[in-house]
Design a protein around this ligand. Structure first.
Ligand SMILES: [Zn+2]
Length: 142
């Protein structure tokens, strides 16, 4: 397990991991195409789909503000553009910053989905509370 493959950093000539994207000694990018997304991230980004423009701003992708004009198209507008964000999401997120690992990337992206589920559950509870309060008041007046 000790014979990890290494390569030489073209900038500072230090020996670094062969899979490294960035040299840990001088901080230079050492892969040819730093924007290339790993194959395993080739999947739908639910955080981008669910949070659309909020997710976009968090990732510096202001093109997601197109969500608002898209909403002018009734029903399908917001759904269609959210699907586009979901499809392009991982590529955008990958390019938005330097990720330590694919695991870190996935962990951060999962936070958005969890947050959305929490908000949806809270929203549902609040709706039920308000409805029952409303019904309670309505019954008082009968
Ligand atoms: Zn270096």
């Amino acid at each position: 397990m000790e014979n990890e493959e290494t390569k030489i950093c073209p900038y500072c000539e230090a020996e670094i991991n062969a899979n490294a994207k960035k040299c840990k000694f001088c901080g230079e990018w050492v892969c040819e195409e730093e924007d290339d997304m790993p194959e395993e991230l080739n999947h739908f980004n639910w955080g981008a789909f669910l949070f659309n423009w909020i997710w976009g701003i968090m990732h510096g992708k202001y093109i997601t503000l197109l969500y608002f004009p898209a909403c002018l198209v009734p029903v399908i507008g917001s759904i269609a553009i959210s699907i586009w964000f979901g499809i392009a999401g991982n590529k955008w997120a990958w390019q938005s910053r330097t990720w330590e690992s694919i695991e870190q990337f996935n962990d951060i992206q999962k936070i958005y989905v969890k947050l959305w589920i929490i908000l949806a559950v809270f929203g549902l509870i609040l709706t039920i509370k308000f409805l029952s309060l409303f019904l309670f008041i309505a019954n008082l007046e009968v």
